[in-house]
Design a protein around this ligand. Structure first.
Ligand code: C2E
Ligand code: MG
Ligand code: MG
Length: 568
């Protein structure tokens, strides 16, 4: 191949490249500024077709009047020295008069025997600027709610905590979390979940002083920054608490989803801090988050403030959670049995109560570790262990005279009950152990009834079909409404200890106990009272019509059952 042929090929190639490129406007000018080349991208960027542009003057086309002299000088310099000038950002002119921001490079090409040509290559900055703005938006804003995201909020807090103008004022960070958002998403679908989030964002905007003071932190968590007006922690705390109360009230206003009204409940965690503050932004968010977890775990309040004590509680919880994971394999659990009796004090069975012997903390109360096991999921393994132990005992008793009718009541957490395969798990443990399912009873709490009632009913029916019976524990303290209760296939109601503690004539406890007993009768359910400690309580409960009893009066929970079975 000859050199000439090569040259010819590359000329054609380059011309095609110039003509077709979409990304860059390329124009050629003679020394007096007449257009001699105009590619397709130039048509797009400046609005002039090639036919319109060719032969016209650069200065009439795209150079704004106020730049003409400057450009003329630069062009003259380039032709004189036959060189380009450094690329620059310029604002040129579109055919319709609008401004086109471009990044422009220029060079003069002089081939032997030909007139030199100045080539301008302009990249349109409008699309780049838009892309830049979009990247900026995406990296700092949440696309669903259009609120600032965690990253922008962290920067905002950082600039606030660094600000010396704050002058020692106390500011607050509020994290707002929607209760049960997960189940809205699951039961009503993600588009309704999105609707809830957009609705919350709108509702919260009204409480933010400026658009940057509210952000979406993640899933269903929002954070609101409250600028302090005073240097007093107490005043800032009062202001933040009032704001949190108003937010919770605003979110409680029912929202329409799929033709039904839904009420949202929210919890708020608050961290207070001085401006300027030595703490990094993410530490402040972490503190508000710890406070939020406290509010979520609390039965009495939906608003909680961070304090150092809280941190040690949380650390303690984390340590307990880790220790719980290994408690089964390290054989730290045991199962205590507490007798249940009838009105003649004859033993009818036991409640199985879990005991945990922690290597350094000693006995930890189930009231402390069960909620942690529930939150971390380890309750599932633990619950299986309790069930296996209980069934093994029932299997032993099934061949022992006088023990065949004894029942064991096993506490089941709502987390276990909600498992899709809970009934299968139970059935396989019963089968493997050889226990008589009619001697097994499950104690469920009313918290379960916050769930989908149809699911609960179906699950209970499947359990009872195995032969197992079901008791509603701590009855009267929770959520159960009568309408719900009548739909549930139950066998027993268990009156909460709190009512048994308060059986003075005409007291609230006596009234509730009486109501529960007559309710049980009308629904054909057995009624058992827990926490019976005195002869007097035992007598009162009998007068009120209670049939079964459990409490220290008849025996404390003990891992040694033989004491009660001895004479059997
Ligand atoms: P619960 O099911 O209501 O159990 C009754 C609690 O009252 C037991 O506390 C028992 O020791 C205590 N108690 C019994 N009689 C008396 C009495 O006469 N006076 C007083 N003051 N208390 C009495 P415990 O063993 O500390 O268990 C606390 C809770 O932990 C249980 O309440 C139950 O909800 C939960 N729990 C215990 N074992 C398990 C388990 O294996 N699985 C699950 N999911 N929860 C369990
Ligand atoms: Mg119980
Ligand atoms: Mg109970």
């Amino acid at each position: 191949m000859t050199k000439e042929h090569n040259q010819h090929l590359s000329e054609a190639r380059f011309r095609k490249l110039f003509d077709d490129t979409d990304a860059m406007s390329i124009q050629g000018y003679s020394a007096d500024g007449t257009v001699v080349y105009w590619n397709a991208a130039s048509e797009k960027i400046y609005g002039y077709s090639t036919a319109e542009a060719l032969g016209k003057s650069l200065y009439d086309l795209i150079i704004p009047a106020d730049m003409r002299n400057e450009v003329k000088q630069a062009v003259a310099w380039m032709f004189e020295y036959q060189q380009g000038i450094p690329p620059a950002r310029l604002n040129l002119k579109h055919k319709d008069g609008s401004t086109v921001p471009v990044y422009s490079s220029h060079t003069v090409v002089a081939l032997p025997g030909e007139q030199p040509i100045m080539f301008c290559m302009d990249a349109d900055m409008r699309s780049l600027e838009m892309a830049e703005a979009e990247v900026q938006r995406l990296s700092y804003y949440d696309p669903l709610t259009d609120l600032p995201n965690r990253r922008l909020m962290l920067e905002r807090i950082a600039s606030m905590t660094r600000s010396i103008n704050g002058d020692g004022a106390v500011a607050a960070l509020l994290i707002v979390d929607i209760d049960n958002f997960h189940s809205i998403n699951e039961s009503l679908g993600y588009s309704n979940g999105d609707k809830v989030l957009v609705h919350c964002a709108q509702a919260l905007k009204r409480f933010a002083h400026s658009a940057d003071d509210l952000a979406r932190l993640g899933k269903d968590e929002f954070v609101l920054l409250l600028h302090g007006n005073s240097a007093s922690f107490d005043a800032a705390a009062a202001e933040a608490e009032l704001l949190a109360t108003q937010i919770i009230a605003a979110l409680e206003i029912p929202l329409q989803l799929d033709h039904t009204l839904h009420q949202l409940n929210a919890c708020v965690g608050i961290a207070l801090f001085h401006c300027p503050s030595p703490l990094p932004s993410d530490e402040l968010i972490r503190q508000a988050d710890i406070a939020l977890k406290m509010a979520k775990n609390s039965k009495t309040t939906a608003i909680s403030f961070f304090d150092q004590g809280m941190e040690s509680v949380v650390k303690g919880r984390v340590q307990l959670a880790q220790a719980l994971h290994h408690a089964i394999e390290l054989e730290q659990f045991s199962l205590a049995m507490q007798p249940q009796v009838d009105s003649t004090q004859r033993l009818i069975g036991f409640e199985a109560l879990l005991r945990w012997q922690h290597p350094t903390l000693g006995q930890v109360s189930p009231n402390d570790f069960i909620p942690i096991a529930e939150a971390t999921g380890s309750i599932i393994g633990i619950g299986d262990w309790v069930l296996e132990r209980s069934c093994a005992l029932l299997a032993q008793w099934s061949t022992r005279s006088g023990c065949q009718d004894l029942k064991i009541s096993v506490n089941v957490s709502a987390v276990q009950f909600r498992l899709g395969d809970f009934v299968e798990r139970v059935s396989s443990v019963i089968e493997r152990s050889g226990a008589n399912p009619h001697n097994l009873r499950f104690e469920l709490t009313e918290s379960l009834l916050a769930d989908d009632i149809d699911f609960v009913v179906a699950q209970l029916e499947r359990l009872r079909a195995l032969g197992v019976s079901v008791s509603l524990d701590d009855f009267g303290t929770g959520y159960a409404s009568l309408a719900y209760l009548t739909r549930l296939p139950l066998d027993e109601l268990k009156i909460d200890r709190a009512f048994v503690d308060d059986l003075e004539p005409h007291s609230k406890g006596a009234l509730l106990t009486e109501t529960i007993i007559s309710l049980g009768r009308s629904m054909n359910l057995a009624v058992i009272a827990e926490g019976v400690e005195t002869e007097q309580q035992f007598k009162r409960l009998q007068e009120l019509g209670c049939e079964y009893f459990q409490g220290y009066l008849f025996g404390k929970p003990s891992v040694d059952v033989e004491g009660w079975l001895g004479d059997k």
